[in-house]
Write a protein that binds this ligand. Structure first.
Ligand code: PEP
Length: 242
């Protein structure tokens, strides 16, 4: 049985009440065998989510972490803090962080190392912008983003990370990459990584396109933004792993 990973990225959405209601539905649902479900909550809600999820098969993730271990970094949250509060996964280098917070490949690699040191599974996001795709630079961009990781991580660390291929033009636009386009990018990433990592697809995954994407040989799961805020849609996508 193939192991698929389905991760919800709630971004900066939700409230105590809405998150409780969303998790109640997710926890009550039966998770498909061979499918791991993860939710990445905003930091203030992590402890509450860890409490609700304890004893369930659903894992918790954070959306970012500090590149530093501890110290005078006001506003930052360290990897060990996330681990202590029940996180198993952490998103790193989401395109929104690369764009709005100017995170470059070196910072992403550094955060990835911090996560691994603390026992978190880093989910490193890579992907090209619309301009980069249109100008034929997709492979060059992906190889550069992967190179930052293969340079910073040991070969055993590399086997412990998850990659999320998220073409920037597909995030939040309603226009997913086609299954063939995504498969091609995943195969490229796999070739440059040269390590047995899971590679997830993210970018407008919805209940009606999930099965087609997840059926591709190099797509090991999905990272879901908008649709993960709706329990029914999220669970339908998770069931597409079957
Ligand atoms: C994301 O932001 O990681 C994402 C994939 O968003 P959406 O599913 O809304 O495109």
């Amino acid at each position: 049985m193939t192991n698929k990973l389905i991760i919800g990225n709630w971004k900066m959405n939700g409230s105590r009440a809405s998150i409780k209601a969303l998790l109640a539905e997710i926890v009550a649902a039966e998770v498909a065998p061979g499918c791991e479900v993860v939710v990445c909550a905003p930091s203030p809600y992590l402890a509450m989510c860890a409490h609700i999820l304890s004893g369930s098969g659903v894992r918790l993730g954070a959306q970012d972490l500090s590149a530093h271990e501890s110290g005078a970094y006001t506003g930052e949250v360290s990897a060990s803090m996330l681990r202590e509060f029940g996180c198993h996964y952490v998103l790193i280098g989401h395109s929104e962080r690369r764009t709005y917070h100017h995170e470059n490949d070196a910072a992403v690699a550094c955060k990835t190392v911090r996560a691994l040191e603390a026992g978190l599974i880093p989910v490193v996001c890579v992907g090209e912008t619309p301009h980069e795709r249109e100008s034929g630079q997709t492979e060059a961009v992906l190889s550069q983003q992967v190179l930052a990781l293969t340079t910073a991580l040991s070969s055993s660390q590399l086997t412990q990370i998850v990659i999320a291929y998220e073409p920037v033009w597909a995030i939040g636009t309603g226009h997913s990459a086609s299954a063939d386009t995504a498969q091609q990018a995943h195969a490229t990433i796999r070739r440059y990584l040269n390590a047995p990592c899971s590679i997830l697809y993210g970018g407008s995954v919805k209940p009606d396109n999930a099965a087609q994407l997840l059926a591709m040989p190099d797509i090991d799961g999905a990272l879901i933004g908008g649709a993960s805020l709706n329990a029914k849609a999220f669970l339908t996508i998770a069931h597409a792993c079957l």
